[in-house]
Design a protein around this ligand. Structure first.
Ligand code: AMP
Length: 287
């Protein structure tokens, strides 16, 4: 497996691959890799001639200095995992390489960014827009792979690809979970043993909320139930629990008619567990 830390050397390699008519699958990450990331790599390996992965903890998408400072960085272990999985090349640039001068680009994703993650992490999707655009320009992949775990990010990047006419296909891969239901996340490493024990409550809340919605409980009652449930564990601080239209990400209210709701409804949750911020979601597909 090849490892690059400069844009020029990485692009020279990619140009050779394109000249040899190889399709390029691209998996952007912030490292501290786990099975969730590797599932994206495996899917890409099945669908493309070569698979490349980027590892870059992008400062412009962090609105919380503590979160950026404690974000786990494990490049050596990440490269070993990627090599064992069959990844062909890794791009792990420095901040200086990606941002030789601070970027003042501004993205506006409209209604998609004023809710949920966008509301609680101001500037986050602007940073995502900047780094993903740069990476797409650098890599020019045939296909790019993202996880449904970051559902709003998928919606924003889908809009970015359309608005900027990137010539690539987006592939959204299912959320990988631990045996107890906790969505895999690099941030899980920062949980204490006690916090790790109660972390699956988030996924349990989503599942119970889904059952309640399918049993025609109103969205308002379901939201209150989730809030009460999390308050039973004082270590949790709920940021939001939203029941939204899957495409527009706008909040829904009343009773769901899942037979008519098109195309789908997403249940999205974000909470701090101690100082660690966790997110998860679940999509109810129309019958
Ligand atoms: P990150 O390193 O957190 O920026 O994630 C890199 C990519 O991996 C993003 O597209 C995430 O949505 C995806 N990802 C992270 N966790 C999971 C998971 N548990 N299952 C599937 N994909 C994931």
């Amino acid at each position: 497996m090849l490892i690059f830390d400069t844009i020029a050397a990485f692009q020279a390699y990619l140009n050779e691959q394109r000249l040899a008519h190889k399709s390029i699958g691209f998996v952007p990450t912030m490292g501290a890799l786990h099975e969730g990331h590797l599932s994206l790599i495996r899917t890409s390996l099945q669908e493309n001639t070569i698979t490349v992965c980027s590892i870059f903890v992008n400062p412009t998408q962090f609105n919380n200095a503590h979160d950026l400072a404690v974000y786990p960085r494990t490049l050596e272990a990440d490269c070993a995992l990627l090599e064992a999985t069959g990844c062909h090349a890794v791009f792990a640039p420095s901040v200086q390489e990606m941002y030789p001068q601070p970027s003042s680009l501004k993205f506006d994703f409209g209604e998609l960014e004023h809710v949920m993650e966008g509301k609680f992490r101001p500037g986050h999707f602007n940073g995502v827009g900047i780094v993903v655009s740069k990476l797409f320009h650098i890599v020019q992949p045939t296909r790019a792979y993202f996880g449904q775990k970051d559902l709003q990010q998928c919606a924003v990047i889908n809009r970015l690809v359309k608005d900027l006419s990137f010539s690539l296909s987006l592939v959204i891969c299912p959320t990988q979970r631990e045996a107890d239901g906790l969505a895999m996340s690099s941030r899980n490493r920062n949980l204490s043993a006690e916090q790790r024990h109660i972390a699956p409550v988030l996924h349990e809340c989503l599942q119970t909320a889904q059952q309640q919605l399918l049993a025609q409980t109103t969205i308002e009652v379901v939201k209150q139930w989730v809030s009460n449930r999390l308050q039973q564990h004082p270590e949790f601080t709920l940021e939001y629990f939203e029941i939204v239209d899957f495409e527009t990400l706008q909040s829904l209210s009343g009773v769901l008619d899942t037979s008519k709701q098109t195309p789908a409804v997403a249940l999205c949750i974000a909470a701090f567990l101690g100082k660690t911020r966790l997110i998860d979601n679940l999509v109810i597909n129309p019958q």
